[in-house]
Design a protein around this ligand. Structure first.
Ligand SMILES: O=C(O)CCC(=O)C(=O)O
Length: 283
């Protein structure tokens, strides 16, 4: 867990620059295990390159990653990143997507973009989603380190998709995680090295926002039932502010065989009124 002081420092850098790098956050043994797990999943399921220029013709993106190996569960739950994201977005944030970003040699630069540019919302604005890029390889100038435009989260427009703008390579040692405001202008770099660039994208959004991946339908219920409660909530088995996402007035976590975690806002209101009346009549 980050100390309050550390969290404040991360937060200041994030607010100022639109991103913050937590260097060598992840234990090298965990990095090694994550690479082994994603290679196993890639081979077992025969995942190949993505089919669009945005996703990368020499990039392996394994989506819906939580279904394949328990090791990936701890990615979404990583305490430093989760706590920082909660402080930026919302304690009731959701996991928006979790995927691999394996760039093979020869992968060209991705088109410049920001991740929320299709949403009909004014800019600049408070962050509504954040992306944690986990560097499982050293990120270098040559192997495709994510390219960013520091401070661009404060610009009043998104980039023209694919435009040529001066960017900075977010170089960092393996085991580091870069958390950025998804309004930051960025793109995956070109991999002109001879090695694969291994990375994960763990993307969170505010609890009121639609997730990029439909995790409630995409993750088989028997797998979601084995998740820790917090991960179930992150995947959408939760009621935002006690109002949004209920099923027939029930917390959807009950579908996974758990006791409800949250009452609806309407029940809470009546409980508050009843408690007040009880306190008054006891006087
Ligand atoms: O691969 C990367 O470094 C960044 C990928 C990215 O920005 C995206 O797919 O939206």
């Amino acid at each position: 867990m980050p100390s309050a002081e550390q969290l404040k420092d991360y937060r200041e850098r994030f607010d100022r620059d639109g991103y913050v790098v937590l260097e060598r956050l992840i234990d090298p043994a965990v990095v090694k295990d994550l690479i082994a797990a994603l290679l196993r999943v890639e081979a077992e399921h025969g995942f190949g390159y993505a089919k669009t220029s945005f996703e990368g013709f020499k990039t392996v993106r394994i989506n819906n990653l939580l279904v394949y190996d328990e090791l990936f569960w701890q990615v979404a739950l990583q305490p430093d990143i989760l706590q920082l994201s909660e402080s930026i977005l919302d304690p009731e944030l959701l996991l928006s997507s979790l995927c691999t970003l394996t760039l093979d040699p020869g992968q060209q630069e991705q088109p410049l973009h920001e991740d929320t540019q299709l949403l009909p919302l004014p800019r600049p604005r408070a962050p509504i989603s954040v992306n944690a890029i986990w560097a499982l390889s050293d990120f270098t100038e040559t192997n495709g380190a994510t390219q960013i435009v520091p401070g661009s989260h404060k610009y009043d427009s998104p980039p023209k998709y694919g435009s040529e703008v001066k960017t900075v390579a977010a170089t960092m040692p393996a085991g580091s995680v870069m958390l950025f405001d998804s309004a930051l202008w960025h793109k995956g770099g070109a991999n002109s090295s001879q090695e694969r660039r291994y990375a994960l994208s763990c993307y969170y959004c505010a609890g009121w926002m639609r997730q990029q991946e439909n995790l409630q339908l995409g993750i088989p219920r028997e797998i979601a039932a084995r998740f820790p409660t917090r991960l179930q909530q992150l995947c959408g088995y939760s009621i935002y502010k006690g109002q949004f996402g209920h099923i027939d007035n029930q917390d959807p976590i009950t579908l996974l065989g758990k006791e409800r975690v949250k009452r609806t806002v309407w029940e809470e209101t009546d409980l508050r009124i009843a408690n007040k009346l009880a306190a008054k009549s006891a006087q």
